[in-house]
Design a protein around this ligand. Structure first.
Ligand SMILES: NC(=O)c1ccc[n+]([C@@H]2O[C@H](COP(=O)([O-])OP(=O)(O)OC[C@H]3O[C@@H](n4cnc5c(N)ncnc54)[C@H](O)[C@@H]3O)[C@@H](O)[C@H]2O)c1
Length: 374
């Protein structure tokens, strides 16, 4: 069996899920782990019982090794630099979400992948939910007619992270990037990643900055709520809202309004950290007219026991081993990065801003390879 060697850069919370997923794959060897906090990579290796794995206190040292791929599990603001360095060092990259903070960074990363001939795959594990694939199949089948309006987002009543997630220099952005990227990927992937042209957005952080609600309020520098209207080249609009905290139970369903039918989608799970599309789909209902009557059809969901996180790591590792293209390519996700960048610029300037994507960024990713099989 062909084996591959991988490294993990950043050994905090989510790196553990990468290590656990790689360890389930007999053809993968975790050769090294790096973290910029001295000693942290070594602690991680010990904690996860990784025998024969080398620790490094800087990613540059890890990148000197002969590795086939790396998982990048560092805070958002370092995603660009770390990915570009890894790609230039000849490593395939599985990068944790969100892709980056700004559009410029995203474009730099895509260019580095192209020139290095290595893949840049972004870690959106919900894509591996068979019901996410079903959603995409329903919309792309044309059953809804022309989709002219999409509403999505997620609302946690109370679910604000702390630490590296709330510092602007490390996270770059708050709820918008942290959980908003999941909603955006769900809606845009379903629609074949149309090109955005303009964004009008509002963000705020009434909860994060209030010591009543957050223990680290004094250093809370990002947004805990955002809302945006995004216009696309194909004359579709997307209404997007996201909250880490609010005085409300939910921000509503995700919906696709088409000329022939509408589709309502509910997230899976309950509780303070749920409702943000980072996992499975809860329910799907198709609204349509039959024989002149208003009809609602519950779409039967596909039962499964997949660990979506393991699936994403496995798909990346197999793509490296089998020389396949990136499962969730950076040159597709850069389109949602353009939206996040537009949201941040619009919220700052309190004006609608235009989104300028270079012409060579895919017009739509609908023709990108998609595994719609179930
Ligand atoms: N897909 C998911 O379900 C999921 C879940 C949680 C977090 N994430 C993403 O994973 C990333 C990391 O999140 P986390 O919860 O593990 O954060 P964390 O703060 O727990 O860990 C980040 C680690 O990276 C290290 N680090 C920082 N800069 C570095 C650099 N340049 N090189 C090497 N190490 C560096 C830090 O010292 C820290 O140990 C974030 O981008 C986050 O959005 C994804």
């Amino acid at each position: 069996m062909k084996t591959i060697k991988v490294g993990i850069i950043g050994s905090g919370g989510i790196a553990g899920a990468h290590a656990a997923a790689y360890r389930k794959l007999p053809f993968v060897e975790i050769v090294a782990v790096a973290d910029i906090i001295p000693g942290r990579a070594a602690q991680f290796i010990e904690k996860h019982g990784l025998t024969d794995t080398q620790p490094f206190d800087h990613p540059d040292e890890l990148l000197k090794l002969e590795l086939d791929g790396v998982s990048i599990c560092t805070p958002n603001a370092s995603h660009c630099r770390t990915s570009v360095d890894a790609l230039r060092a000849g490593k395939h990259v599985l990068l944790e979400k969100p892709m980056s903070v700004t559009l410029q960074e995203g474009l730099e990363m895509v260019a580095a992948a192209e020139t290095s001939g290595r893949m840049l795959s972004i870690g959106f594990q919900p894509r591996y939910d068979p019901n996410m694939k079903l959603l995409q199949r329903i919309v792309q089948s044309g059953r809804l007619g022309d989709v002219y309006y999409v509403e999505t987002g997620g609302g946690r009543r109370r679910g604000m992270p702390g630490g590296t997630f709330i510092r602007k220099d490390l996270a770059g952005a708050g709820a918008m990037a942290d959980i908003g990227c999941y909603s955006l990927d769900m809606a845009l992937n379903t629609m074949g990643y149309p090109r955005p042209v303009a964004v009008s957005a509002f963000t705020t952080n009434h909860f994060g900055r209030n010591p009543l609600y957050h223990q680290e309020a004094h250093q809370f520098e990002v947004e805990d709520f955002g809302a945006a209207m995004v216009r696309f080249e194909n004359d579709m609009v997307l209404q997007f809202k996201i909250s880490w905290a609010m005085h409300m139970d939910s921000l509503g369903a995700t919906m696709f309004l088409g000329t022939d039918a509408g589709l309502k989608v509910l997230p899976h799970g309950t509780g303070p950290w749920s409702g943000v599309w980072d996992g499975k789909i809860g329910a799907m209902t198709l609204f349509h007219d039959e024989f002149g009557g208003h009809t609602a059809t519950e779409v039967p969901l596909i039962g499964h026991n997949l660990n979506l996180f393991d699936e994403k790591v496995r798909d990346f590792a197999e793509a490296v081993r089998d020389n396949r293209p990136a499962p969730i390519p950076g040159d597709e996700i850069v389109i949602q990065q353009a939206i996040i960048d537009g949201i941040l610029r619009s919220a700052e300037s309190k004006r609608e801003v235009s989104v300028e994507l270079p012409a060579d960024v895919k017009a739509t990713a609908a023709n990108a390879p998609q595994d719609l099989a179930m």
